[in-house]
Design a protein around this ligand. Structure first.
Ligand SMILES: [Zn+2]
Length: 128
């Protein structure tokens, strides 16, 4: 079950907009993100909210993980988008592991349009 997040609060993805006017319509299925950047932001927010179903739904069907568990004690503390192109997004995620350590990783994600919907294909991760 996703964590409840008040719609009036700033969106977890850091867009500066409220959750209700940013990633929530994607999470509820009311809309599908129309750009890779929006998809990426909504996937980050889904990790933040432990919305496993949404993370899986937005993966390319051939690449969907079978053992995804977002209830793993990781706290997501920030997203920075560096560049977003037609089918790639370069971003940094900051997080805190259950042992209290702060980490960050940078990823260049690839996206593909499948039957009119952007989906996540894969990404190159560099840990710093
Ligand atoms: Zn958002």
């Amino acid at each position: 079950m996703p964590v409840f997040y008040p719609p009036v609060k700033p969106c977890p993805c850091g867009s500066g907009r409220s959750y209700a006017s940013c990633c929530q319509p994607f999470h509820t299925g009311a809309q599908w993100p129309e750009t890779p950047e929006k998809l990426m932001r909504s996937r980050y927010s889904a990790y933040f909210l432990q919305d496993t179903a949404y993370v899986l739904e937005t993966c390319h069907p051939d690449r969907r993980p079978t053992d995804l568990d977002l209830n793993d004690g990781i706290l997501y503390s920030g997203l920075t988008i560096h560049t977003a192109t037609e089918n790639e997004v370069d971003f940094t995620v900051r997080l805190k592991t259950p042992d209290g350590q702060n980490h960050r990783f940078r990823e260049r994600s690839r996206f593909e349009r499948l039957a009119g919907r952007w989906v996540y294909v894969d990404g190159n991760v560099s840990v710093r």
